[in-house]
Design a protein around this ligand. Structure first.
Ligand code: LMR
Length: 398
């Protein structure tokens, strides 16, 4: 049975981990997979997480099954984190949430749930979008179409083009939006643009599915949730997939959530029975360790303060290395304007170079990024920025 199976190439993003690891270049720079790194290039465990883990270790009484919706303390904490403490949708009990294995789990379960709502569902995804959106949603059986979002040549958000395309998104269609820190381009919707998309969703009746994978990495925890909060207030229905991989640094613990906002509380509750059923048929129930950590942090004032300040430090570092890289590219004599990088948010931006140039940076300088020229800014630091900037400029000019 297996003899006809042909090996697949490595994943376009995760495959970079192994390639980078094998590279013997002492100056190599990892701008590949979206993992936060500090100024010394390390991905350390957040202090708040370590402390919460110690508390969980002491207080946990059982490893018995927990049920498909996961850790209750997590759900009580993550909902107000996403939607805001006093959000009317929470007061009206319109939001039902489950713990999922990462943001990926939330997207996949959300996709299967959507197919319980209609025989065939079209999802509009931004062009470009995170590469893994395609298998997560497409392999579940949703039909994907794209809307224009960002032009790499001009480094501009294509908002007018996006809105013109989405006029064709109708009731029964789903529109996938990046809540903040767009992956891969870093160009986010302004508040006015979120309002315009919300008004269009209301008028045309399409369902927004918001992927909130970087809350707290852009402008702030509350600021980054502007889109989901606005939509939950103005629209009858919404799905939000959130991830704790980046903002709690829980990558391998696979911790995320899926929230269903229904027109009335019983709609969300009925939806959760289907979501629980989808979960049961896939992985039965989520792992609880990451959810217990997040629940502990969000319910403990002191731990929450530590977490917020660590997150703020990460956000500030990302924003400052953006400015630093732009400055050094200019100093190295770049003949194009990279200032857009400092105006974007989150871990990622496109350099806007060709795949051949990406390949040359890897082969000649040991600089790793996704083939599309997406860079993870967290890999930039004061030690490597000059090497990086001069390599990029040399590659563009050659
Ligand atoms: C990324 O985009 O690099 C991260 O979200 C990691 C992943 O799973 O692709």
């Amino acid at each position: 049975m297996f003899e006809l199976i042909k090996a697949l190439p490595a994943d376009p993003i995760l495959g970079l981990i192994a390639d980078f690891g094998k590279d013997k270049n002492p100056d190599k720079v990892d701008l590949g997979v979206g993992v936060y790194k500090d100024e010394s290039g390390q991905t350390t465990i957040m202090k708040a997480v370590k402390k919460a883990e110690a508390i969980c270790h002491q207080t946990e009484q059982t490893k018995a099954y927990i049920g498909p919706a996961g850790v209750p303390e997590f759900i009580d904490g993550i909902r107000p984190l996403i939607f805001g403490d006093d959000h009317p949708a929470l007061q009206d009990k319109r939001v039902s949430t489950v713990l999922t294995p990462g943001g990926c789990g939330a997207l996949r379960v959300g996709a299967e749930f959507l197919l319980r709502c209609a025989d065939s569902v079209t999802v509009w995804v931004s062009d470009p979008t995170w590469a893994n959106h395609v298998p997560l949603l497409g392999n579940a059986g949703l039909k994907l179409v794209t809307y224009p979002y960002y032009d790499q040549t001009s480094s501009q958000l294509l908002f007018d083009e996006m809105m013109s395309a989405l006029v064709a998104a109708k009731s029964g269609d789903v529109v996938l939006l990046h809540g903040c820190c767009h992956n891969p381009c870093g160009a986010d919707l302004s508040e006015e643009q979120w309002q315009a998309v919300t008004a269009l969703a209301k008028k045309n009746g399409f369902l927004p599915l918001i992927d909130l994978a970087y809350q707290g990495f852009g402008r702030g925890v509350d600021e980054d949730a502007y889109g989901p909060r606005l939509m939950a207030e103005r629209l009858p229905e919404l799905l939000v997939a959130s991830s704790c991989s980046k903002n709690f640094g829980l990558y391998r613990e696979r911790t995320g959530s899926l929230s269903v906002v229904g027109a009335q509380s019983h709609h969300g509750e009925a939806a959760i029975t289907h979501i629980n059923n989808v979960v049961r048929g896939n992985y039965s129930m989520p792992p609880s360790h990451g959810g217990a950590i997040v629940g502990t942090i969000l319910q403990d004032q002191a731990l929450r303060k530590i977490w917020e300040s660590e997150l703020e430090m990460m956000r500030n570092r990302l924003n400052s290395v953006r400015a630093l890289l732009v400055d050094r590219l200019k100093n190295c004599g770049a003949d194009r304007d990279f200032s857009f990088i400092a105006e974007q948010f989150g871990m990622f931006s496109f350099l806007g170079i060709t795949s051949q140039q990406v390949r040359r940076l890897r082969d000649d300088f040991g600089i790793y990024m996704v083939e599309s020229s997406r860079i993870n800014l967290a890999g930039v630091n004061k030690t490597n920025v000059d090497y990086l900037a001069s390599a990029i400029v040399a590659t563009i000019k050659s």
